[in-house]
Design a protein around this ligand. Structure first.
Ligand code: FES
Ligand SMILES: [Fe+2]
Length: 299
């Protein structure tokens, strides 16, 4: 499995107390404790019961459903039995869990900043029979946009040199003119920039008349494949300047178009055949993403 940030859930998916979540093969539990939302390994250290299935929150500890022992969350918890804690980021209805991450880092910083300037809009969930990292890699696959998504021209994706903790590519989408993107005759050039913060999360900034941020997360399922969660973050300034009905229409339009985009990718992803790839020069952004991804390999 890979280390790094995963979208564990939308907030509306959480149960009142404990919610079991899988991050690929890793089984964790999200706990709404009095100190806020926390994430921990789900396996009871006594004899392995899943704490998220029948366990009860008792303050900041979990009472195991099997033999009733009190299981503390984190190293500092008192008592004999404890489970390892994982970092959690909860913003605007989105819940992320960090596997072998610290508490901070560039993704946490980004969400912190966005929370000041943007409104988060939890979007849709889509299960897919594809490896999660391939969903994220898609943002770095410049030459697929034209054939798969019918986007006018090759976006000319180039890598933006940056730090080791994230990877960014930018380009320009030529989109058909809509009521939301003006200018030009029939089409409009919309610059975009995609930054992956882990093998499972990519944040895309779209420019144009109504700039917005798209957060795409793909979380591997234990049984294979992944769950795609898509959300928007829209600038508060634009949101406040628009009548409510108008902004609702815009968000619905953006979410519908994004979902349609993912649905265009699905038949390709779900029917991929395992071959020895024969990359060409245009695949360099994909290869860069794969090198970035491989830094996250974990036991
Ligand atoms: S397995 Fe949890 S108390 Fe025994
Ligand atoms: Fe795509």
């Amino acid at each position: 499995m890979y280390a790094g940030w995963y979208q564990a859930a939308f907030e509306h998916e959480l149960h009142p107390g404990l919610t079991p979540v899988d991050l690929g093969p890793a089984r964790i539990v999200l706990a709404r404790t009095p100190d806020g939302l926390r994430a921990a390994d789900a396996a009871c250290p006594h004899r392995g019961a899943h704490l998220g299935h029948g366990g009860q929150l008792d303050g900041s500890a979990i009472v195991c459903p099997f033999h009733g022992k009190r299981i503390g969350i984190g190293e500092q918890a008192p008592g004999r039995y404890r489970v390892r804690e994982h970092a959690v980021l909860g913003y605007g209805g989105l819940v992320f869990a960090g596997w072998e991450t610290g508490d901070g880092g560039p993704f946490a910083e980004l969400l912190d900043k966005l929370a000041v300037t943007h409104l988060f809009l939890p979007g849709f969930t889509l299960p897919a029979r594809v490896r999660a990292d391939l969903v994220i890699e898609n943002a770095f696959d410049g030459t697929h946009f034209r054939p798969v998504h019918g986007i006018g021209e090759d976006p000319g994706l180039t890598l933006v040199p940056g730090d080791r903790d994230s990877i960014t590519a930018r380009g320009v989408f030529v989109l058909p003119k809509s009521e939301w993107q003006r200018g030009g005759e029939k089409s409009v050039a919309v610059p975009f920039e995609a930054t992956a913060y882990s093998p499972h999360v990519v944040v895309s900034r779209m420019g144009g008349d109504y700039p917005y941020v798209a957060i795409t997360a793909a979380t591997p399922r234990r049984e294979g494949g992944c769950v795609i969660r898509f959300s928007l973050a829209v600038p508060l300034s634009a949101h406040e300047a628009m009548p409510a009905q108008r902004s609702e229409e815009l968000y619905r339009y953006l979410l519908e178009r994004s979902r349609a985009g993912v649905e265009q990718d699905l038949p390709i992803w779900e029917n991929l055949i395992d071959v020895e790839p024969d990359y060409d020069n245009a695949d360099r952004t994909v290869l860069a993403f794969r090198r970035f991804r491989d830094q996250f390999r974990s036991a």
